[in-house]
Write a protein that binds this ligand. Structure first.
Ligand code: SDX
Length: 428
């Protein structure tokens, strides 16, 4: 029995509901019996006040700008960890020993190859297909190739399909990029790191050796860490809802990719750089800030604002530092970074953004780095999906392995016509 209770009066009847406490963050009012006791639903479009599940993976404090993965602050992981180590942490709950990490990396490395027939799958797309369209299709199609790991009730099947998804996303994303260029696919090289292998598959060509630049590999790996997981965001909630029906993990991740593509979510990194390029020079910024404030103008500052963070997104801080490192390593002299920093400065000193607590989010600077490394904007969200697959898979495993989990099935406030009789066409 929960010690704390919440009281709800419906008409002249009073009802008590247990208040559950987490290890940190807001308590929750357990309303699972609300409808049975009161005949009423709650109403929360966009789920702004709704906890959809219990989770031990990631904690966000939007007011303080805090992001923890299994208790470890994102800044410390970005500084000291690797994407593979962070993946192990999210999947298993603890940082690995040296041996555990080596074994995990070796397992992932040996799943990076795609079934050879999937190469033909790419041929069905136009060369100018958006990489996210290809990612949706190819990842969904993986369930047609891996029947040996789709029994989600079997922990071993869950483990191998989790490893396959994490391992194959870089190969799928790199192949989408190569296909768009008309260049040959580059097979994985097991002697490279997860991120180094991705860079080689993306930018290498069969005709010559590809040299992984350590500073770029480190920056890319850090960007993957920053995108790994983020509590119950829209795409993670999509993966959980799809998984709650018992759908196979490949189909669930494909659903998450589709949701992430939206410009309000993972598509914002592509939209943010396109916006910065459109602004061009700092003297144009005030015009765009006024447009973003104009209720009659649908334009928004892409890469700004967040449903949860009402403070600086801690990932944006690390991202901004990473821009400087990559620009220095690659001797990049792109005025877009100055434009971005000036836009941030002017927006954060504007009452509209201050009052609505709109700060740069993870997508504001990521595109600048990815562009400097050589990715086209169309690949940005595919890279987000590559990294977020770790979080989606970890969240999916957490849900599926909970014996109490049930199919997600929200209700509604119905405002359509009440019952009426059919009218034959000659009487209408
Ligand atoms: C990601 O959920 C996650 O964790 C997501 C993510 C993750 O890691 O998974 O963090 C990744 O999706 C980051 C967000 C990327 N999206 C963008 O950068 C797109 C631009 N941002 C907005 O579309 C918006 O801020 C959202 C979608 C991110 C959040 O929207 P909310 O929480 O629904 O807030 P809202 O739309 O109700 O905005 C509140 C007010 C509104 O004004 P009023 O109606 O109150 O007058 O702020 C305004 C909005 O018009 N506003 C903006 C704005 N964002 C919100 N005005 C101008 N520019 C913006 N960017």
């Amino acid at each position: 029995m929960a010690d704390k209770q919440a009281k709800l009066n419906v008409g002249d009847q009073g009802f008590d509901f247990p208040v559950l406490e987490g290890s940190c963050g807001p308590d929750v009012v357990d309303i699972r019996k609300l409808y049975g006791q009161t005949g009423k639903f709650t109403f929360d479009p966009g789920y702004k006040s709704t906890a959809s599940c219990e989770s031990a993976l990631t904690y966000i404090d939007g007011q303080e700008g805090v992001l923890l993965h299994r208790g470890y602050p994102i800044g410390q992981l970005a500084e000291n960890s690797s994407f593979m180590e962070t993946a192990y942490l999210l999947l298993n709950g603890e940082l690995p020993s040296g041996q555990e990490l080596d074994t995990f990396e070796n397992t992932i490395t040996h799943h990076t190859m795609l079934h050879e027939q999937l190469r033909q799958f790419y041929q069905g797309f136009r060369r100018d297909a958006h990489p996210m369209a290809i990612m949706c299709g190819v990842v969904g199609a993986l369930s047609a190739f891996y029947h040996d790991s789709t029994d989600i009730s079997d922990p071993e099947h869950r483990k191998i399909s989790s490893h396959r998804l994490i391992a194959k996303m870089p190969t799928i994303a790199a192949m989408a990029y190569k296909y768009s260029l008309g260049q040959p696919f580059v097979y994985p090289d097991n002697s490279l790191s997860y991120t180094g292998n991705f860079l080689r598959m993306t930018f290498g060509v069969p005709a010559e050796e590809y040299e992984v630049i350590p500073e770029v590999e480190k920056a890319m790996d850090r960007i993957f860490i920053l995108h790994a997981d983020h509590e119950q965001n829209a795409s993670t909630s999509t993966v959980r809802l799809a998984g709650s029906s018992g759908a196979n993990p490949f189909a669930c991740i494909a659903a998450g990719i589709a949701c992430l593509w939206g410009p309000a979510h993972g598509g914002a990194n592509e939209a943010a750089l396109n916006m910065l390029r459109e602004i061009g020079t700092p003297d144009k910024i005030p015009h765009y800030i006024e447009r973003a404030k104009d209720k009659n103008d649908p334009f928004r500052l892409m890469g700004f604002g967040h449903r949860v963070y009402k403070n600086y997104d801690p990932r944006a801080t690390v991202m901004q530092e990473t821009v400087r490192e990559v620009f220095e390593a690659l001797k990049v002299d792109d005025p877009v970074f100055e434009t971005a920093m000036r836009l941030e400065e002017l927006a954060l000193n504007d009452d509209y953004f201050r009052e609505k607590k709109l700060f740069p989010n993870v997508d504001f600077y990521s595109g600048i780095i990815l562009s400097a490394i050589g990715f086209p904007t169309t690949m940005f969200t595919a890279l987000f999906a590559l990294a977020r697959t770790v979080g989606w898979v970890a969240q999916w495993n957490e849900m599926i392995s909970d014996p109490a989990q049930v199919i997600g099935r929200p209700r509604q406030l119905y405002t359509g016509p009440t019952q009426r009789d059919y009218i034959p066409v000659d009487k209408r």
